[in-house]
Design a protein around this ligand. Structure first.
Ligand code: HEM
Length: 366
C-alpha cells in the first residue's frame, strides 16, 4: 500500500508517477474575510497531511453518542493508496476580496479565449482547486469530500471531474491509453532536467511562495465518441501522427522512436504537418514542453443517449504561456478538433511544497 511523503520541496501529484484515479474539484471561496480564508488554508494543509499518510481527519466513531464524526469514514482501513493532494489558487483569489493583489505573480491571469473552445461557465475557473490522485477511487473521493466538508461554511464546490483511468505516463511507467484508443503520454516530460527547465517555477515569478511550485492547467475535453468510432484507422492514425497499436510515430516503427517531422513517404510527409503531434512537439514550438497528467473521464450518457466522456487534460508548466502557445496552434489547426470539444477550463498557481508540520499553504499572505 503505497504512500508518498506530504512535506517536501514540491507538492505531490506533479512529478509523482500518475496514480490510477483522479478527483479534481474547483471551489469558490464564499467567506468574506482574510481570516476565514487563512483558516481554510490552515485546516486544509493539516488535513491533507493526515489523509496523505492514510489517517482519518478526525474520529470516525466518536465516544459520545451525541458527537458528529470528524471523518466521514469511507476510507477507513484502506491505507493511503498512493494518495497525493495538490492545492492550487485561481487568479480570482487575488482580486480585491482578500487583499492578496501584492502576492499575485505578474504573469498569472485567466487563460485567454482560444479558437475551437465552447466553455461552459459552470465548468470554468474557481478560486481554489484540489487535485486528488490515488490508486483507489474511494480514497481520492474521501479526501475531497472531507476537505469540502470541513470548510463548508467558507468555500463551495464549483465543478468536479472524476477520472477513472490515467491517460499519461511518468518515468518508468508503461504508457496507458486514452478513450480514443491511443497510447497517451509517450513523449511526456519525465526527467529531472526537463522538470527544472519546464515545470518548476524559479525566482522569475517574483513571488517567493511560488518558487518550487508550478502552474496547473485543467481542461475538461469532451470526445465525440460515436463519430470517432466511425472513423477509419488510416485517418485516426494520421490525425495523431502515430500508429494505434504500437503508438509509433508514422516516421518510425517503435513507440519510443523519435518522430522525424521531415521524413517523407511517397513524396508526402510521413507525419502530417496538421497532425496532433506535429503541431505540439517541442521541435516545432521553440522548445516548449509541458508535463501532461490527464485522466479519462465519463459522465454516463448525455441527454440524447450518447456516451458522455473524454479526457480531463491536466498539465503542469512553469508558466501558463507554455500551454497557451500549444493550445493556440491546436485550436486553429488540429484535425482532432472534429472529434473533441473543450468544455471546462481552469488555471491555478500551485504553491511550493510545505517544509514541515505547522506550515500551511498561503501562510505568506496573512
Ligand atoms: C501527444 C492525445 C489534447 C499536448 C499526444 C499523443 C496523443 C494525444 C495520443 C501522442 C502520444 C504522446 O506523446 O503522449 C490527446 C487527446 C487530446 C489531447 C486525445 C484531447 C482530447 C492535448 C492538448 C495539449 C496536448 C490540449 C496541449 C495544449 C500534447 C503534447 C504531446 C501530445 C505536448 C507530445 C507531442 C510530442 O512531443 O510528440 N496527445 N491530446 N494534447 N499532446 Fe495531446
Amino acid at each position: 500500500n503505497l504512500s508518498y511523503p506530504f512535506y517536501g520541496e514540491h507538492q505531490g501529484g506533479i512529478d509523482t508517477p500518475p496514480q490510477d484515479h483522479l478527483v479534481f474539484t474547483a471551489f469558490d471561496v464564499t467567506a468574506t474575510s482574510p481570516t476565514e480564508l487563512q483558516l481554510v488554508l490552515a485546516k486544509w494543509s493539516a488535513a491533507m497531511a493526515e489523509m496523505t499518510s492514510g489517517a482519518p481527519v478526525g474520529k470516525v466513531e466518536p465516544g459520545r453518542e451525541q458527537a458528529i464524526p470528524g471523518d466521514t469514514g469511507e476510507a477507513t482501513d484502506m491505507g493511503p493508496q498512493g494518495l497525493t493532494l495538490t492545492l492550487g489558487f485561481g487568479p480570482s483569489l487575488f482580486d480585491e476580496r482578500f487583499g492578496l493583489a501584492p502576492f499575485k505573480p505578474a504573469d498569472f491571469a485567466q487563460l485567454p479565449a482560444m479558437a475551437g473552445e465552447s466553455l461552459d461557465p459552470a465548468l470554468t475557473g474557481g478560486d481554489l482547486c484540489i487535485q486528488a490522485c490515488a490508486n483507489d477511487p474511494q480514497v481520492a473521493y474521501h479526501a475531497v469530500r472531507n476537505l469540502a466538508r470541513m470548510a463548508r461554511t467558507m468555500v463551495k464546490t464549483k465543478w468536479t471531474v472524476l477520472g477513472f483511468g490515467r491517460a499519461s505516463a511518468g518515468a518508468n511507467q508503461t504508457t496507458p491509453r486514452n478513450l480514443m484508443g491511443f497510447k497517451d503520454g509517450t513523449r511526456n516530460v519525465k526527467d529531472v532536467v526537463d522538470l527544472d527547465a519546464h515545470v518548476w517555477v524559479g525566482e522569475e515569478a517574483g513571488q517567493p511562495w511560488m518558487v518550487g511550485g508550478s502552474y496547473l492547467v485543467a481542461r475538461k475535453i469532451h470526445m465525440l465518441i460515436e463519430t470517432w468510432d466511425e472513423d477509419t484507422i488510416g485517418d485516426q492514425q494520421s490525425i495523431f501522427g502515430r500508429t494505434k497499436g504500437e503508438g509509433a510515430p508514422l516516421s518510425g516503427t517503435r513507440e519510443h522512436d523519435v518522430p522525424d517531422f521531415h521524413a517523407t513517404v511517397a513524396g508526402a510527409p510521413a507525419i502530417a504537418p496538421d497532425s496532433h503531434i506535429a503541431l505540439v512537439a517541442h521541435e516545432n514550438n521553440g522548445g516548449t514542453k509541458i508535463l501532461r497528467r490527464g485522466y479519462n473521464f465519463t459522465d454516463g450518457l448525455d441527454a440524447v443517449g450518447r456516451l458522455d466522456a473524454g479526457l480531463m487534460f491536466l498539465s503542469f508548466q512553469k508558466n501558463p504561456i507554455q500551454f497557451a502557445t500549444l493550445q493556440r496552434k491546436l485550436g486553429s489547426s488540429d484535425r482532432l478538433n472534429e472529434y473533441i470539444r473543450h468544455v471546462g477550463s481552469g488555471v491555478f498557481a500551485v504553491p511550493a511544497g510545505l517544509p514541515a508540520a505547522g506550515s500551511y499553504y498561503g501562510k505568506e499572505f496573512f
